[in-house]
Design a protein around this ligand. Structure first.
Ligand code: CA
Ligand code: ZN
Length: 300
């Protein structure tokens, strides 16, 4: 296994990034990640109005994957997520869903113990580890790491966890993969504008799939297969995810489109990832047993 430290980080995904690491397709990499505050909060005494806002939302990387070609895809299998042992949460004026009613920043610092986030002496919350920022170089102009899009980025998707596999559309040769912004706990929506922001390590296996063409990221886990889409509003993101799933089924099976749409209405779930970033993100998840039964061909 290869390790990549967090001394090389990016603040935007772009096609002209200089690789921090080059690996062969199929390599597993253990990646050190800073939290979304760039590790600038180290204890309950630290305040958000004192941090360097140019150093937030870092992603470690980028990693050049040999064999990944523009027009193909990058497969990212999430093998493990490890946390250092603490996490920080925040909200603030004009941030998140309730920011219109808040004055200034608030933070809450927590320890992580025995697979739980210790909110206080009375409340321990079971961890649901996830990776907030994960993606590849986009087509067109650079996208800052706080914004999600078809290249991935700040999708803040609770389904992006150990055991999940992501497929990203590759815009430039090598894909230029990066990740960061891990959360020990987060609810769908991420209403305050933060999860339990936690530095740590993510272990992923990166595989080039030059023959697979995609428009938006695809996610797969033991039970489900889905599309992740981001847009100006949750409505537009949901619309985009559903359209993309119908297109994908039409492309990878022989099922007539109207039948696919009726079936998706019965078994597909539109789920909110986050509603607080510059673009909003939705996932549309379909059970794998249904896709297998209708001959969906996904040999990746
Ligand atoms: Ca995030
Ligand atoms: Zn975060």
């Amino acid at each position: 296994m290869v390790e990549l430290g967090d001394d090389r980080v990016i603040y935007a995904f772009s096609s002209d990034m200089d690789p921090a690491l080059t690996i062969p397709s199929g390599q597993t990499v253990r990646i050190r990640t800073k939290d979304c505050f760039g590790n600038q909060l180290s204890g309950p005494e630290d305040e958000l109005d004192e941090i360097d806002w140019d150093a937030i939302n870092p992603a470690t990387g980028p990693i050049f994957v040999e064999g990944a070609t523009a027009g193909g895809a990058l497969k990212v299998a999430i093998e493990d997520i490890e946390f250092d042992g603490h996490a920080a949460c925040c909200t603030g004026k004009d941030e998140g869903v309730y920011g219109d009613k808040l004055n200034g920043w608030s933070t809450h610092f927590c320890q992580i113990e025995d697979e739980a986030l210790v909110w206080n002496d009375a409340l321990r919350i079971p961890l649901n580890p996830m990776i907030g920022v994960i993606g590849v170089a986009p087509t067109g102009k650079a996208v800052n790491c706080g914004t999600p899009g078809s290249h991935g980025g700040n999708m803040d998707n609770t389904a992006i966890t150990t055991g999940a596999t992501l497929y990203f559309p590759v815009a430039v040769d090598g894909a230029l993969f990066g990740l960061g912004d891990m959360h020990a706990v987060m609810g769908d929506g991420e209403v305050s504008v933060s999860g339990a922001e936690a530095p740590g390590w993510a272990t992923v296996t990166l595989t080039a799939l030059p023959e697979l063409a995609l428009i938006d990221p695809v996610i797969e886990n033991a039970e489900s297969f889905g599309i992740i889409a981001s847009a100006d509003s949750l409505d537009a993101a949901a619309d985009r995810a559903v359209h993309r799933m119908v297109e994908l089924i039409a492309e990878h099976s022989s099922m007539p489109v109207p039948e696919a749409v009726m079936l998706l209405s019965l078994v597909g779930d539109v789920q909110v990832c986050q509603m607080v970033d510059p673009q909003k993100t939705v996932r549309f998840m379909v059970p794998k047993y249904v896709l297998e039964a209708v001959g969906f061909d996904w040999p990746y």
